[in-house]
Design a protein around this ligand. Structure first.
Ligand SMILES: [Zn+2]
Length: 214
């Protein structure tokens, strides 16, 4: 994740959250806007719509129920509560909002569709500075690349267009990738992750990740 403190986008998101929610608590990257600021129901819907508009974010990967409770009394919500089949709610932090604003898209959640938390994090970090896994769809199926980036995609564009002397001999590698067949954390064969029940998510991911292909 990019360091946020001096980042103008981070400041804009913080101001947006404060203005929209009238928050009286000090906001940090880890503030959960649902549990920490008490945002839920219609207010949460309105907040997310306003966020998408203000920062021009593609929200097709966003799932409301993953982060917020059911609105009012719905029969399905009631049945789920009685049967205790509701999945635990995931926090929605300001850091997540900043990342989405930077990438202009809400990340597709693959938590329940990949092998382990380590791989989940690599997929979520695709295209960011550091290590990430980029998913691509090819005629023969999906391929996975473990990618390392020295700088953010924006900085990479700038440095490629306007190379700067860095006081080192030769060129500097800004990004590298290697195709992988197995999860580097748990050893799962990655082709087994793509199933009829998950193929749509992987297809959406591959579309999101197209910009990160090297
Ligand atoms: Zn794994």
């Amino acid at each position: 994740m990019t360091p946020l403190l001096s980042d103008p986008l981070h400041q804009r998101v913080l101001h947006f959250v404060a203005a929209q929610t009238g928050a009286r608590v000090e906001l940090s990257e880890q503030t959960d806007i649902a549990r920490g600021l008490g945002l839920d129901g219609d207010d949460a819907h309105e907040f997310m719509r306003a966020f998408a508009r203000a920062f021009d974010v593609d929200m097709s990967g966003f799932a409301f129920a993953r982060h917020f409770g059911p609105e009012g009394l719905s029969l399905i919500g009631l049945v789920r509560t009685v049967l205790r089949v509701r999945r635990p709610r995931q926090p929605l932090t300001i850091a997540t909002l900043v990342d989405a604003a930077r990438q202009k898209r809400w990340p597709h959640d693959v938590t329940s569709k990949v092998c382990c938390a380590g791989f989940d994090k690599l997929v979520a970090d695709a295209g960011q500075r550091g290590a990430g896994v980029v998913v691509s769809e090819r005629p023969g199926g999906f391929v996975f690349h473990l990618q390392f980036r020295a700088v953010s995609p924006e900085d990479m564009r700038t440095l490629t267009e306007h190379p700067r002397p860095l006081g080192t001999a030769g060129n500097v590698t800004l990004a590298a990738a290697v195709q992988i067949q197995f999860c580097p954390y748990c050893g799962t064969r990655l082709s087994t992750l793509v199933k009829p029940s998950t193929v749509r998510t992987f297809r959406a991911l591959a579309r999101d990740h197209a910009a990160y292909d090297l």
